[in-house]
Design a binder for this molecule. Structure first.
Ligand SMILES: C[S@@+](CC[C@H](N)C(=O)[O-])C[C@H]1O[C@@H](n2cnc3c(N)ncnc32)[C@H](O)[C@@H]1O
Length: 243
């Protein structure tokens, strides 16, 4: 993954994600093998971008295409046309895939959050994160809903800002974990887009959390997670994964 930020009033970059830069960019939305998705079929198979290589955590290696050995899956958004929106409906709220709902967060004063209503396996990909593309870093910092997409040198290419709930998707409602144990999604830049990948099995009723990065964590009053503890948490999840 290339350097990425979740921006609010402050810019944030996770060292962990920088550390795993190449590894995480190697997303594979492998459901393409068995299931058809317009994004995967049209986009993932023919990418021109250097961040469109695929990585398998279990093999610990890159693949030019999907991992032939380990299961990964891709869950696209529910398709909604803007013209079908009724008054007071927000596009983003209607895009939840099956098994995902938006409701009040378990985190006090965090507003809404996103919850699973069914089990999701480890290595399930959601996305891409939808929003307005621009390069106004200041407005992204103020948004609270923005990711920056970077090139392989970490230089920002553009920002994907989900501040407009009518030009975004359900992923804009996913909150930042207060503790490392809560974290269950990993942000992954792939093909100049942002996806979230489940880091472990997610069970019905669980709130989804993605770490926004150290700076933004500090802004929220959360002690930044360090690389080692994130890695340890991932390893623990591997050990505890069950059927
Ligand atoms: C991407 S939005 C997440 C969705 C948001 N909760 C909502 O209702 O629209 C990011 C914002 O959610 C809130 N938030 C996210 N994680 C939080 C946390 N751990 N503690 C407090 N507020 C949080 C902050 O207001 C932050 O600016």
């Amino acid at each position: 993954m290339h350097e990425q930020h979740h921006s609010n009033r402050r810019n944030s970059t996770s060292k962990y994600y920088e550390h795993k830069k190449r590894k995480e960019s190697d997303l594979k939305l492998n459901e393409s093998k068995k299931k058809s998705s317009s994004y995967i079929d049209k986009k993932f198979s023919k990418s021109e971008f250097d961040d469109a290589r695929l990585f398998c955590d279990d093999c610990n290696k890159f693949y030019d295409n999907i991992c032939p050995y380990h299961k990964q899956s891709y869950i696209p958004d529910k398709k909604i046309s803007k013209s079908s929106l009724k008054y007071s409906q927000r596009l983003s709220d209607l895009t939840c895939p099956d098994g995902i709902i938006i409701k009040s967060s378990t985190i006090l004063k965090a507003g809404k959050g996103v919850f699973a209503t069914k089990r999701f396996e480890k290595n399930t990909f959601f996305g891409p994160y939808m929003g307005t593309r621009h390069s106004n870093f200041k407005s992204a910092q103020e948004s609270g809903y923005a990711w920056s997409i970077a090139d392989k040198y970490g230089k920002m290419i553009y920002i994907i800002d989900g501040c407009d709930s009518n030009n975004s998707n359900w992923m804009r409602y996913i909150n930042c974990p207060n503790t490392i144990e809560q974290q269950n999604l990993q942000p992954i830049q792939y093909d100049r887009n942002m996806f979230y990948k489940t880091m472990r099995i997610i069970r019905p009723g669980e709130e989804l959390f993605v770490y926004y990065g150290d700076d933004y964590a500090r802004f929220l009053g959360i002690k930044p997670f360090n690389i080692e503890s994130i890695q340890m948490n991932t390893d623990d999840n591997n050990i505890n994964d069950d059927d």
